[in-house]
Design a protein around this ligand. Structure first.
Ligand code: TYD
Ligand code: MG
Length: 453
């Protein structure tokens, strides 16, 4: 019988009946790979033995206990996990190669080991000796962690079944291969099968599993996207290679808030926690500079102040550039359009560069007003006061809209020595109650009003 081949997108996991250069589902280019179909086991067509038993939701009330959690003791990690590692959960830690995933997980393994979890660290990328050397460099040699250098999934599962650890770390999922499928390690079918087998095994045996997944743009390795919906938590480790800051961000978390971040610093002895990220993100800022604005943002449950920098320069005729690092390019285009049509401030014929300092990536629309301020400041070559924090969302009409967690933003600004804040107009009933002690508040109703002041 001729084998039917599937074509699968490595970005989103969508299946197609034929190959094409672009995935219809997610729009990514060059991500479609050939994949052998999953082979069904014997008797797959026969009806099962009532395994999919139904349970009324109300019957579950007898087991309302929260799953047990273990803290690593690294506050930045525990918070991103939603308050520690949940027993028998499956996690994916994604990130660019070389960003520090193995370092982070070896350090986490050591911490969990010291907190009396039985931890096995399976590496498919390095030899056990290499991991040992790294542990030595990180000062973790006395930690109770078992190492295994192995890529064959069947062998790994056999070991896990015998050892029954509490936590297993798989570094990385792209190097693992299962003999159930005929594809090469790193292909979509292998990554998917390996992740599925590991997750199911871990869940049935009560083992927590953390899988490392490399994100590559080349498409030679399957993107960990196909694994995202199988696991309970997806954490991404981000940062600029040239910067020492690393941000661990929860994209999905079944046991806690998503969008929570943990901030780390890569040092000569591994990753160090950053307890006060605002101070760090603003550390290189001391004098008032045109185009530089401090945005009082919220990441997850925590306020974070960061610097937004804009630069405006005359463009080459016929080729204006818009370049953004750390923010959404579409959102920048929108702010530029609002500035032009509502305030008469045109950026035509000008190159615009926008950068969020420190390698932070902002997703909040609350940064709109700060971005607008940075753009105007850069264009007019006029600096804003150094001790002024800004936040507020801008609508297409040019109105400045209120944002969530006003108080927390102002408190953080006050804590860091800021004396002024520009913010959306507060609702009437709260306008009188002074929230942030010592801050001089300037409330904005719309963008033209902001430009006039
Ligand atoms: P690594 O954890 O191997 O990255 P990944 O697993 O995501 O591919 O980290 C590799 C980088 O981290 C490497 O360029 C060196 C740097 N590094 C330090 O700066 N300090 C350290 O203590 C360690 C262990 C690594
Ligand atoms: Mg690694």
């Amino acid at each position: 019988m001729a084998k039917d081949l599937n074509y699968v997108c490595t970005e989103c996991g969508a299946t197609h009946s034929k190959w094409s250069g672009r995935c219809d589902a997610c729009g990514a280019w060059n991500t479609i790979q050939e994949e052998a179909p999953l082979t069904a086991g014997p008797g797959a067509k026969a009806l099962g033995a009532h395994r999919g038993r139904k349970i009324a939701l109300t019957d579950l009330a007898s087991t309302p206990e929260a799953p047990p959690r273990t803290m690593s003791g690294v506050a930045e990690l525990d918070r991103v996990l939603g308050g520690g590692l949940v027993a028998a959960s499956a996690l994916l830690v994604g990130g660019d190669p070389g960003i520090g995933k193995s370092t982070l997980l070896l350090q986490a393994a050591a911490r969990f080991g010291r907190n009396r979890l039985k931890v096995i660290y399976v590496t498919g990328e390095e030899s056990a000796a290499q991991v040992q050397m790294r542990a030595q460099r990180l000062g973790l040699t006395d930690s109770p962690v078992t190492l295994a250098a192995e890529t064959n999934l069947r062998d790994i599962l056999t070991t896990l079944d015998a050892e029954r650890p509490d936590l297993v770390i798989i570094d990385s999922i792209q190097t693992m291969w299962s003999d159930k499928v005929e594809a090469a390690p790193g292909s979509v079918s292998q990554v998917r099968t390996a992740a599925h087998e590991l997750t199911t095994f871990a869940k049935t045996r009560g083992i927590a599993v953390i899988m490392v997944g490399h994100v590559t743009k080349e498409g030679t390795l399957a993107g960990p996207r196909v694994v995202e919906h199988m696991v309970d938590c997806v954490l991404y480790f981000e940062g600029e290679r040239g910067h020492q800051f690393r941000i661990l961000r929860a994209h999905k978390n079944r046991f806690g808030p998503a969008d929570e971040i943990g901030v780390f610093e890569m040092t000569g002895r591994g990753l160090a926690e950053v307890k006060n990220p605002s101070a760090l993100f603003l550390s290189e800022r001391d004098t008032a500079t045109p185009g530089s604005v401090v945005f009082a943002g919220i990441e997850g449950t925590r306020p974070i102040l960061c610097e937004i920098q804009a630069l405006v320069s005359p463009a080459q005729p016929g080729q204006t550039r818009r370049s953004v690092v750390g923010w959404d390019g579409g959102r920048l285009a929108m702010i530029l359009a609002v500035l032009e049509s509502r305030c008469g401030i045109s950026f035509a014929g000008l190159d615009v560069y926008l950068n969020v300092a420190g390698g932070l990536r902002i997703g909040e629309p609350a940064a709109d007003l700060a971005v607008a301020a940075a753009l105007i400041s850069a264009r007019e070559d006029a600096a804003l006061p150094v001790d002024c924090a800004i936040f507020g969302e801008i609508s297409l009409s040019g109105a400045v809209r209120p944002v969530a967690q006003l108080e927390n933003r102002l408190k953080e600004a006050a804590k860091l020595g800021f004396t002024q804040a520009i913010l959306p107009q507060r609702p009437k009933r709260r306008a009188g109650t002074e929230m942030a002690a010592g801050l001089d508040l300037r409330e904005m109703r719309d963008l033209p009003g902001f430009v006039d002041t």
